[in-house]
Design a protein around this ligand. Sequence first.
Ligand SMILES: C[S@@+](CC[C@H](N)C(=O)[O-])C[C@H]1O[C@@H](n2cnc3c(N)ncnc32)[C@H](O)[C@@H]1O
Length: 332
Amino acid sequence: MTQDMECSAQSVIQSTAMDALNGKIACVQAGYYDDRFIQAFSSSMVPQHSILMKRGYTARVYAFEQAVRRFIATFPDSQIISLGAGFDTLAFRLAEANAPMRRYVEVDLPSTVNTKTALMARRRQFVGVVDPSVYEIVSVDLLDPDAPALLAATVDPALPTLFIAECLFAYLPIDATDALLSGLAERFTGTRALMTYDPVNPLDRYGEAMLANLRRFKNIHMPGVVGAPTIEALTARYTRLGFPSVGRTMLNVYDEVIPEAERRRLAHLEFLDEYEEWNLLLGHYCITLSGVDAEGDSAAIHGLLEGEWLVPEKAAPERRRVTPALFDAIRE
Ligand SMILES: C[S@@+](CC[C@H](N)C(=O)[O-])C[C@H]1O[C@@H](n2cnc3c(N)ncnc32)[C@H](O)[C@@H]1O
């Protein structure tokens, strides 16, 4: 790869942080959930997002917050390491709520880290929110073979640690993610957990079209999705790398993790009638929960979210339909 091509590949990957930021801002602006920090990271108009996308982002944000809060409540002295954190705001929301965490470390590429740090220094929302002995943001290229050692040196690797990778591994080559995870498993010898969110099922017609559109219109390539095409393949891989793993599609997450009353409120915000598209889109994204506690047991980590996480996914995503009748029931 020439230097120019490398730069443009990097800038495409970093633009994904803006995409996630805009998606989350669109949700907050439309009343899907509250986040008083997120808009501080953008000064431009946020592009229109479909109702499907806003509901998908809402389920994703809801799930990460719930799992991280439960991890902190379950394991005293816990550390959170957000890999490819982008402009995510969970650290600030938890700090503001006085969540009793030992450390919260965000990791990203230098230009994203520099932009985020500069904006945080300028915007008054952030004044006095984080304790600098708890929160840190570090520039680490996670493709660097030394990344696991660098991360282990940033925190205490013997303390309970939850790695979150929200829409990161899709962009990394499979062997780089494998090296990162096995390096982390080797160094983090106490309770270690991993929560991921990524596209899945790239081999059916919808999945192929989804990846082809990202390539054609945004020049985004997802080598990590192609190499682990199903939830079963993904969770088997993480398990092999030292993070025993379970996963659910975002359809399951939306239904099981968001409380019914909240789903009802969301259903009244904006009218959705694209049931087929809803099933397809959310059936092509998944969350995994992986890891072991200090005794080598995975149950507490697999139980960080509501729902049937310990039961392997039985139905193919296309068959796990949210029917119009169910939608109507939710909208009642
Ligand atoms: C889709 S964004 C997700 C951002 C954030 N996790 C969220 O969900 O809002 C992917 C993030 O991964 C970061 N990233 C991609 N490759 C990386 C690498 N090799 N090392 C560190 N960060 C990386 C990008 O800069 C970007 O911020």
